[in-house]
Design a protein. Structure first.
Length: 245
């Protein structure tokens, strides 16, 4: 059955198109322009940082960080933590910017906060479970230093002993609970442990299933273990390069 076009289709939309299309194009170009300016500003701040012009770099980083740029937020963490510039040392502000960057999912920030929980420092008490979670989240981007830190928590490849966190049984149980909550990082980690952990807990098929499920969620550590194509590393700022222990 043929249905007549509505008044909207026949009259209003054709009338509006000449006005809407230029507006949409202008909006698109404006958004692209903002992104490009942001990238240019960040590169300029990075160059200043490299030259030791910390006060000038700070001003740009701060503007970008307030707009939600996780790399700039991590740069402010490092500047405040190290006291780079004029009377700018402030551990509390440093921690606030670190947490903000973690909240944006910046892998280098997640790894650094994991370091803090692993050792315990001026901001947080030692908590290996939190270190495991943060390192695993960072590792999910394929960030190799985070993967190395995470794997160091467990005696793998035939080494004897218990994990640094708890017993093997508790470790598997904890990860399974996180998997029930839909955490791909836990799927990837449990898959690795089922391949390389104690003989009596190994399960190659289950390990593959967990790794595949994690990889399908974009987990870089799982992709690497499955031999999928190379995963591009997460972007690293100059501060990230210097801010790792």
């Amino acid at each position: 059955m043929n249905v007549k076009k509505s008044t909207l289709d026949k009259f209003i939309i054709p009338y509006l198109v000449p006005y809407l299309v230029p507006g949409l194009v202008a909006l698109f170009l404006a958004v692209v322009g903002v992104i490009m300016v942001s990238q240019d500003d960040f590169a300029r701040a990075e160059n200043m940082f490299e030259r030791g012009e910390y006060v000038s770099a700070f001003q740009i980083y701060e503007d970008l960080a307030n707009d939600g740029d996780a790399r700039a937020q991590f740069a402010l963490f490092y500047i405040y933590q190290q006291g780079l510039g004029q009377n700018i040392y402030d551990p509390d502000k440093a921690f606030d910017w670190l947490v903000a960057s973690v909240g944006r999912g910046y892998a280098w920030a997640e790894m650094r906060l994991g370091d803090a929980y692993y050792s315990g420092d001026e901001w947080v008490e030692r908590d290996l479970t939190m270190a495991e979670r943060l390192w695993a989240q960072a590792a999910s981007t394929g960030l190799q230093p985070a993967i190395d830190k995470l794997m160091a928590l467990y005696p793998l490849d035939g080494l004897s002993g218990a994990p640094q966190l708890t017993s093997w049984n508790d470790t598997f149980f904890r990860l399974e609970l996180n998997i029930e909550d839909g955490a791909p990082w836990a799927m990837a980690l449990l898959g690795v442990l089922m391949l390389d952990g104690p003989e009596d807990m190994r399960d190659e098929q289950a390990a593959h299933d967990y790794l595949l499920a994690a990889a399908e969620h974009g987990n870089g550590m799982a992709m690497i273990r499955l031999g999928w194509p190379d995963i591009p590393p997460p972007p690293r700022s100059t501060a990230a390069a210097r801010g790792m222990r």
